[in-house]
Design a binder for this molecule. Structure first.
Ligand code: PLP
Length: 360
């Protein structure tokens, strides 16, 4: 089997052990005589997977009591609307931090539903830096303050989080479960699975229970968090296969030593790349403020767009794919989520060194 090193931003590389286990079980799920994806979502087989997935998320993240873990459809993008619909009363307001492309989308939806105070606007710095968390405060009567913990396209990542009066809501799609954190600092954490947790199709929402009470009854059932909290995320047919894959990835994560061990490995992988950039004699250049460089999505530029194209093509020819930066910003982006092995990063670093030598 010749697996490439996959640097795509999402859907993204998954642990090969998890893929193999799914393959082994695809046709005959653990001797049940049928596949899990043709089993009723009310069956005992699926129920065990569903419950185990929620329990693993709680265990790995240390979710305290008083929070619910929901497994929803619609992607993280649906949360851009669900958060304001559920948390912000009509005519109400919220605070947002504009830190990059994903925050911008969240902002656009929130604006349709109420008044948004921008407490930080990174547009002037082309989203290459973040505010000091201590300087971020919510405004009076704000329903919540929204941040994007890791901007997948621009490669900036909050290293510490603001302490705010209003509940803190975080889009953690591209760095959830990459490091330990204190869930009790947050009102809501949400994340699409396809960056760091599994395939696309399922979105994790961790919500403080008192916030469930804010949802207006006028909301359609699916769009109301309370519907899902009450039914244990079995109000309708959940994305069963995606949830099963997430469970396998979480079990792998646990075998790796959990979030502490994973964070250490992630920092080490990111440091290898940033060091390679910094010591390249300005052949490679990372535009991001060193204080906020992402451990998940490492972005950098080469001396010309032409060289960037060649870099992507030549890397691809040696079995490293997905290195092209997002079309909106250009350049190179190496997404190095939990499942990217250190050998993949080392291989990229040595490729970078020989490419720079050949073209400097
Ligand atoms: C990918 C991504 C999204 C969008 O996720 P979908 O599941 O495609 O809706 C939102 N926010 C961040 C930070 C992302 O990386």
């Amino acid at each position: 089997m010749a697996r490439v090193y996959n640097f795509y931003a999402g859907p993204a590389t998954l642990p090969v052990e998890a893929l193999q286990e799914a393959q082994k079980n695809l046709v005959d799920y653990e001797g049940s005589g049928l596949s899990l994806i043709e089993t009723s979502h009310r069956s005992k087989e699926y129920d065990a997977v569903h419950t185990a997935t929620i329990d693993l998320i709680k265990e790995l993240l240390g979710v305290p009591s008083g929070y619910s873990v929901l497994l929803l459809g619609g992607g993280a993008s649906m949360q851009f609307g669900m958060v304001p619909m559920n948390l912000m009363p009509q005519g109400g307001s919220c605070d947002m931090t504009l830190t990059g492309s994903w925050a911008k989308k969240a902002l656009a939806d929130a604006k349709k539903l109420g008044t948004v105070h921008l407490v930080y606007d990174g547009g002037d710095s082309a989203f290459t830096t973040l505010p000091d968390p201590a300087s971020v405060q919510s405004s009076a009567n704000s329903s919540y303050l929204h941040i994007t913990s890791n901007e997948t396209i621009e490669g900036v990542q909050w290293k510490r989080f603001p302490q705010t009066e209003a509940p803190l809501v975080a889009d953690m799609s591209s760095d959830i479960l990459s490091r330990p954190l204190s869930v009790d600092q947050f009102g809501i954490i949400y994340a699409g699975a396809q960056k760091n947790l599994g395939p696309s199709g399922v979105t994790i929402v961790i919500i403080r229970d008192d916030l469930l009470e804010r949802a207006p009854d006028s909301l359609p059932a699916y769009l109301n968090y309370r519907t899902h909290a009450k039914s244990g995320s079995l109000y309708n047919t959940p994305p069963v296969f995606s949830i099963y894959m997430v469970k396998l990835v979480l079990e792998w994560l646990q075998r790796q030593g959990g979030l502490g061990a994973m964070a250490e490995r992630n920092r080490k992988k990111a440091a290898l790349l940033y060091d390679a950039i910094e010591t390249s004699g300005s052949f490679y250049r990372c535009p991001v403020d060193p204080r906020y460089r992402s451990d998940m999505n490492v972005v950098f530029r080469l001396p010309s767009e032409d060289l960037e194209k060649r870099f992507v093509t030549e890397a691809g020819a040696t079995g490293m794919i997905g290195l092209k930066g997002h079309r909106s910003v250009g350049g190179i982006r190496a997404s190095i989520y939990n499942a990217m092995p250190e050998e993949g990063v080392s291989k990229l670093v040595s490729f970078m060194s020989s490419f720079a030598q050949a073209h400097a």
